[in-house]
Design a protein. Sequence first.
Length: 205
Amino acid sequence: MDEIKQGKQVDLTKYLAVEDIFKDARKGTRPAEAKLKEVFETEDTVAIAAKIIEKGEVQVTTEQRKELLEAKRRQIITYIAANAINPQTKLPHPPLRIEIALEEGKFRVDPFKPFDKEVEEAMKILRPLLPIRFEKSRIAIKLRGDDYGRCYDDLCKYGLVDKEEWTADGSWIGSMEIPAGTITELTEKLKQKTKGNASVKLITA
């Protein structure tokens, strides 16, 4: 698991099929407790599992590996599409365009490589093929007072509102910084939830 290899805290009890350590899982044989303590310096099953994942190599089937590769590839494409723009047009690249460029550049996913490193590798391949860069934009949003509550969760998903005020007519006005590639997506969501009454304006690009 990438998170453990990166030193992050993960609740492994959610992922273990059984909280047990086997010498041979197919035969169901277990190592001696003394040997476990000697090798791992603990008899705690979850702690041992974390060390195995962190230091060892997780064995997966061919089908599982294909699923991991495809899921991570989609995640990388989605992330880049949401956070990067074409600096010439100030618009995001469609995910399909990014996908085709990565295929053209022969990008290969490593299921156990840290996600941020994979994104870096993907961007190195994309830059010679597409005008692309990561960029954030500051936007101003205006909502009617009775629309604010139904839009609050969407605002939180895209960024942090750093300035806000309520106007005399009961409207809410706020500003926030979000990935430039998500402006259109957020605007459409707010328009949908407010029946077209939300206003989103670009402050800085």
